[in-house]
Design a protein around this ligand. Structure first.
Ligand code: HEM
Length: 117
């Protein structure tokens, strides 16, 4: 069970890497677009995160307040991706506040995961 949990954590981290990596590419290239890869990364991180919210393969209690906050932030990121994509289709660009919030909230969720015990 511990190994299975470890595998799901790795999948969770792959989702995070895809989401943040896709966002970083857009920021680095000054394109600031919302891409399909960001949505895929969010989906992978979200699905694996929900599985990790099940207490298996661990000997300690899960912090459900922390997990609730992470889920809320994930939903906000999802909404921003959706709104950003809509604006992009209409006007060709994503408002900077939406684009930067996606990256900042992704890092916020990773920071909560690591720092909030
Ligand atoms: C964009 C969204 C998310 C990001 C960037 C993210 C990031 C991370 C990172 C970096 C870790 C590793 C921390 C560590 O091992 O010290 C982690 C672990 C974890 N995440 Fe997330 N996460 C996200 C969403 C979620 C959601 C929605 C849930 C569940 C509601 C969740 C549940 C967990 C759990 C339970 C762990 C601990 C795994 C373990 O050690 O057993 N995550 N997350």
């Amino acid at each position: 069970m511990e190994t299975l949990r470890g595998i799901v954590v790795i999948i969770h981290l792959i989702g995070f890497a895809i989401l943040f990596g896709a966002w970083a590419v857009e920021a680095f290239n000054r394109r600031m677009q919302v891409t399909r890869l960001m949505q895929i990364g969010l989906g992978i991180a979200g699905l694996a995160g929900l599985i990790l919210a099940i207490p298996f393969g661990i000997s300690y209690e899960l912090n459900y307040v922390k997990l609730g906050v992470k889920l809320l932030i994930l939903i906000v990121i999802g909404a921003l991706l959706g709104i950003g994509q809509g604006r992009q289709k209409k006007t060709g660009s994503v408002p900077p506040a939406i684009f930067w919030s996606i990256g900042i909230l992704t890092i916020a969720n990773a920071s909560i995961a690591v720092l909030w015990r």
